[in-house]
Design a protein around this ligand. Sequence first.
Ligand SMILES: [Mg+2]
Length: 237
Amino acid sequence: MLPAAMPNLLVILDIDGTLIRSTRVDDGVIAAAWADLHGHAIDTNWSRYRTSTDRGIAREILGERLNRPSDDGAITQVEDAILGRYPADLRLEQMPGAQRLVSTLRALPGVGVAIASGSFPRTARLKLGASGLHVDQVPKAFSDAHDERAGVIEAATRLACAEHAIAAFAARVYVGDGVWDLAAARSLGIGFVGIGDGAAAERLRAAGATRVLPDFADLQRALDTIFTAALVREEAA
Ligand SMILES: [Mg+2]
């Protein structure tokens, strides 16, 4: 199924808004946790922050907006508050075709799969569990690896290289739903596939994304789009 000229490829997937529909729940939970903990009404337009991970954003809010300590202990307190705000009976929808895409990619020779999420690790695992997505075997990196999304992608890449016992993948593609995901792919000079429909797709296209899918329901189209993106490096605008 891979084009003959395709070198070994690592497909790196975001979680929220990409593999599972969790962004609406997340926004409410995160805002409520900040209100509980610091009485602060946070801006949930994540594109307005410098960093694009839960940890980086928490550090920004604490240090720059609230002028409070932003050490690891203070950030763990934020993570605890957010984790405690998810309902006990949380159920999240998988993005159509997500499970089949992950399983298909993992079965292809020459292709690696990894997850790079900006979520806190404990909330990410909670959300994955609530979605029923089976990705136990997939190497995963979260915001505890790095405050910047690009740093999390690099951490996920190192885990995937270790899994496949190789020094590097010849090509990488990041699949994500945020304009910050495109920015991270550009900063690393790797391929990008955007996930979104309607206004979200328009935001990605306006930021310069040339490959945007609504979801993975059309498996062949998703694979073709990812493989094509692997042959093109995103460049800083
Ligand atoms: Mg996302």
